[in-house]
Design a binder for this molecule. Sequence first.
Ligand code: P53
Length: 478
Amino acid sequence: MYQTAMPKGFLWGGAVAAHQLEGAWNVDGKGPSVADVMTAGANGVPREITDGVVAGKNYPNHEAIDFYHHYKEDIKLMAEMGFKCFRTSIAWTRIFPQGDEEEPNEAGLKFYDDLFDECHKYGIEPVITLHHFEMPWHLVEQYGGWQSRQVIDFFTRYARVVFERYQDKVKYWMTFNEIDNQSAFNNAFLMATNSGIIFKDGQDREAAMYQAAHYELVASALAVKIGHEINPDLQIGCMINFQTVYPATCSPDDALLAQRVGQRRYWFSDVHVHGEYPAEVEAYLNQKGYRPDITEEDRQILREGTVDYVGFSYYNSMTVSAKKVDADHLGDLNESTVDNPYLDKTDWDWEVDPEGLRYALNWLTDRYHKPLFIVENGMGAYDQVTEDGQIHDDYRIDYLRRHISEVEKAVALDGVDLMGYTPWGCIDLVSAGTGQMSKRYGFIYVDKDDEGNGSLQRSRKDSFYWYQQVIASNGAKL
Ligand code: P53
C-alpha cells in the first residue's frame, strides 16, 4: 500500500484561460485577439478564423461566460470547493490592446489587480499564463504573428509590465501555453492560436513553425530572465501539452518512430529546461535545409532563461505506427497516429488513459529533473440538467478519480516532485478547439448554450461536492 494524501502545501485548484471565460472582449479598452475572430464550430466541425470581426457571425469568446463581470461570485465558489490555487491567463490585449503600443492600458491592469486581490481574500494563489491562445489580432495582421522577430520585443514589454505590477500578488507564472501543439503544423487552427500565423498559399508550414517557435522560445527565456531580475522569488515555468507516446506494436520500427515523435514533440520543453536545442532537431533542420534565424545571442539567452518548473496539460496519450510513416520521414506528428484499441474515447473522440498520466509524470521527471505541475486535465462532456435542477456528472467524477489515483501513485511510489493539480475548465467555459459551450469540463455549471442563449447562472454539479472532499482530505478521499 502507499500514502494517498498529497504532500503538505500541494496546490489543488482549477484552470481556465482568459479568452475562454472573461468575455467583455471590447470592454475597458481591450483590443481584439486571435480568439475574438474565431467562430463557433461544433463537435467534429472546426472553427473558422475570419479576417477580423465579421458582422453576423457567432464569436463565442466575445461574451463567453462573462467572468469579467462575475469573477467575485465565481472565485467565491472556487473558495467553497477549497481551492488553494486558480490558474488563469492574462489577456495580452487588455494590457496592450494592439500589442505594439509603448504604454499599457491601466483599466486592463486594474482588472487583474482586482481579480488577484479577490483570490487572496480566500487564500487562493493565482497561477498565471502569459500567452494562452490570445495574441493581439493586430500583431497577427501587421507582423505575421510570431514569424516576426519584432514580436519578441512587444511580448517582453508586456511581460515586464505584468511582472512588475503583480510581483507581490502572483508567485507562479508560465510563459507559453501548450507551445508544443504546433508540432502538428499543418493544422491551421493550432498555428493561429499558438503562434498567430495565418498561412499563405504555398507557404512551407513546417519552416514557418520552426521560425516562430524559436522566437517564442527566445521570448520565453527573456521573460524568465526579466521576471527573476524583478523578483527572484517568482517561479516561472513552461507549459506543454504532454501526450504520452506509445508504439502501436513492439516492432522496432514502431519503437523508433515513437521515440522520434517524442523528440519532435518535446524539443520545445528541452529548450525551455536545458537552454539548448537537442541534437536531433538541429540535425533535422540541417537535413531539411531550413535556416531559421537563430543567432549566437539567442542561444546565450536560451541558456540563461531556463525555467523553474514544467507545467503541463494531460488529456490523452498518442499511439503511433510505422505503417503510417517511418521515423525518417516524420513531418507533422498527426500523420503518425492510430487508435489505441485498449482505450475508450470521450464523446469528442479523445482517448482516455489515466495510466498514461503516471507514465507522463515519470517520463518528465526522468528527462528534466524539475518540479512538475499538472495545470490541465479533464474530460469534455455533455451535461444534462435533471428535473430537480441538478447535474449528476458521475462520468466526470470517475474520470478525475482515475487520473488522480495515478497521480498519487506517481508521487508516493515513483518519487515524482509534483507542485499541484488544476483540472481544466473548473467552471464551464468556451471550448478552445470547437467553440462550444456544450463541451463542458466544469464543477460549476453555467447556463448558456452553443447559440449563446442562457441566463449565465452558475450552479454546483455533483462533481463540485466530490472535488471539495478530495481537497479537504488532501487527496486521501477519492
Ligand atoms: P478543448 C488541442 C489539443 C489538446 C489541448 O480543449 C488543447 C487543444 C486546443 O483545442 O487545448 C488545451 O477546449 C488548452 C485549453 C483547452 C483545453 O486544452 O478543445 O490549453 O485552452 O480548452 C481543452 O476541449
